[in-house]
Design a protein around this ligand. Structure first.
Ligand code: SF4
Ligand code: SF4
Ligand code: FES
Length: 493
């Protein structure tokens, strides 16, 4: 066990591992110490001077973020002198901050607003005009920068130094002219830009994709797993379920998987969930059980030798289990092919989070195949399926198209096979002539179950959104509806 150090926090004895700071100890004890520059995923900078605490026996207040806990230390965070320091510290931070709140995208999740209510509530003594700085700068494909709102906490600079190692941002000029910017007006080019929006405590960095789309207090948040690659970052999905619309994705701390971050590719994985991108939302009536009945007829009329399963690695463990249970164990189908992007570089890794395997559950699929005696390595077997001369193909379509440039071609090729039942949530499928049997599926954020990431770390999807498409199914539901159709056909129900 780590060596523990005991100190007094607001009069209470607290023990923490040696090496912890007062800020870390206070957070664990749910004692709020206002702060701007400290972030648990970045190195300590100690520049905002906002996290002042009283150290009993020492003449001046000290910053909690850079103060190691030592045996017998006595810290007060709520005394009048500390409260005063926070109040006037905040006034200094607001001296040149514009009164943008009504039109600022950060409203509702701005630390300046929150701390004003928590520790501020003063009447400003500032009489001189505010220093004006450039606003709405295009600093990257995903980002807009408002330098007037910046409080120079340097989190964004440290992120570029420590996480992406791109060193793309700096603080230029001196005193109240200091300004955040990129070198030589170059734009940020990496795949982790929107983390800047998350870590910026104010509305200086905003997301091009999300800004002005929605007030954050109208959004519901549910935890899920990013379906963008085999890392499987833990995320929260922000949506308006009553409008069946998804708006944004943010990372959730998972020390074992993604830490505090996620990539921009992953943040885009909400777009295909929205109603306008979903399979046949307009004419759904003709889908669903009607299509399943047609598939049931085909299955009934075919020998298991003429049936093939084509399976992508973007579904959940429980879905694979029921899929193979039914088709392999009950119906005796033996032809099972993996459906992967032929150009994928599966072992690629960007040394931060993103992996070349752009399927969320390759390991889960491999594990389930093994349980059904269909053990094999991950590889694309799409062409083998085409050549298999199967009369009926049941295909679990990938839903993340960004990592699947061949999907359109594959769908066109599939349409030439005698009978393909495509289980998908993508509207693109309706554009392919000849693909008639389409089963509308729930998307990733609308299902309960588990995935295994590249490292076989199991993660649960526990709080699904109601499907944006009324009547859409997950694989287990589709299998059980299909089973009933077949039983009906055989007169067993
Ligand atoms: S832009 Fe935001 S994160 Fe960067 S220094 Fe300014 S306030 Fe801090
Ligand atoms: S690294 Fe992979 S799992 Fe993580 S956010 Fe990016 S795409 Fe999603
Ligand atoms: S949070 Fe401690 S100095 Fe900024």
């Amino acid at each position: 066990m780590n060596e523990q150090v005991t100190f007094k926090l607001n009069g209470k004895d607290v023990s923490v591992p040696k090496g912890w700071t007062v800020m870390e100890a206070a957070r664990r004890e749910n004692v709020s110490i206002p702060h701007f520059c400290w972030h648990p995923g970045l190195k300590i900078a100690g520049v905002c001077r906002f996290c002042m605490v009283e150290v009993v026996g020492r003449p001046k207040l000290e910053i909690a973020c850079n103060l190691p806990v030592t045996e017998g230390l006595e810290i007060n965070t709520k005394t009048d002198v500390v409260k005063d320091a926070h109040k006037w510290g905040l006034e200094f931070h607001l001296i040149n901050h514009p009164l943008d709140c009504p039109i600022c995208d950060q409203a509702g999740e701005c630390k300046l607003q929150d701390y004003y209510m928590e520790v501020g509530k003063y009447k400003s003594q500032m009489t001189r005009p505010k220093i004006l700085k450039p606003k709405a700068l295009d600093v990257g494909s995903e980002l807009v920068l408002d330098t007037e709102r910046c409080i120079l906490c340097s989190r964004c600079v440290r992120f570029e130094e420590e996480v992406t190692k791109t060193n793309a941002l700096g603080i230029f000029s001196r005193g109240d002219r200091s300004i955040i910017g990129t070198y030589n007006e170059e734009k940020l080019k990496h795949n982790y830009q929107e983390n800047q929006v998350d870590i910026c405590p104010v509305g200086a960095f905003t997301s091009k994709r999300f800004r002005f789309k929605q007030r954050v207090w109208f959004l519901t948040q549910k935890e899920s797993i990013c379906p963008g690659c085999s890392t499987g970052c833990r995320i929260s999905v922000h949506a308006k379920p009553q409008e069946r619309r998804y708006f944004r994705i943010k990372p959730v701390l998972d020390k074992e998987v993604n830490g505090y971050w996620m990539c921009d590719i992953g943040r885009r994985t909400f777009e295909h969930h929205n109603l306008e991108n979903r399979l046949d939302s307009a004419s759904l009536v003709k889908r669903g059980n009607g299509e399943l009945a047609a598939l049931a007829e085909q299955l009934e009329a075919s020998s298991p030798r003429d049936i093939a399963l084509l399976v992508s690695a973007q579904y959940l463990n429980e879905e694979y289990q029921s899929f193979f249970e039914f088709f392999v164990k009950e119906l005796g189908v033996q032809k099972v092919y993996q459906w992967r992007e032929p150009t994928e570089k599966r072992d690629d890794f960007d040394n931060i989070l993103l992996r070349g395997d752009r399927n969320a559950n390759t390991q889960g699929l491999m594990g389930t195949l093994e349980t059904f005696g269909l053990s094999r390595n991950a590889r694309n077997e799409f062409d083998d399926c085409l050549k298999s001369k199967s009369k009926v193909v049941i295909a679990l379509c990938p839903e993340i198209t960004s990592g699947f440039p061949s999907l359109g071609t594959h769908l066109t090729q599939l349409a030439e096979m005698p009978f393909v039942s495509l289980w998908t949530c993508l509207i693109e499928a309706t554009e392919i002539k000849g693909l008639e049997n389409l089963i509308p599926m729930k998307s990733f954020f609308e299902k309960k179950g588990t995935t295994l990431n590249y490292n076989k770390v199991e993660r649960k999807l526990e709080s699904p959104y109601p499907s944006a498409v009324f009547g859409a199914l997950d694989v287990s539901e589709a299998v059980s509806a299909l089973r009933s159709e077949m039983r009906k056909m055989l007169g067993k129900d």
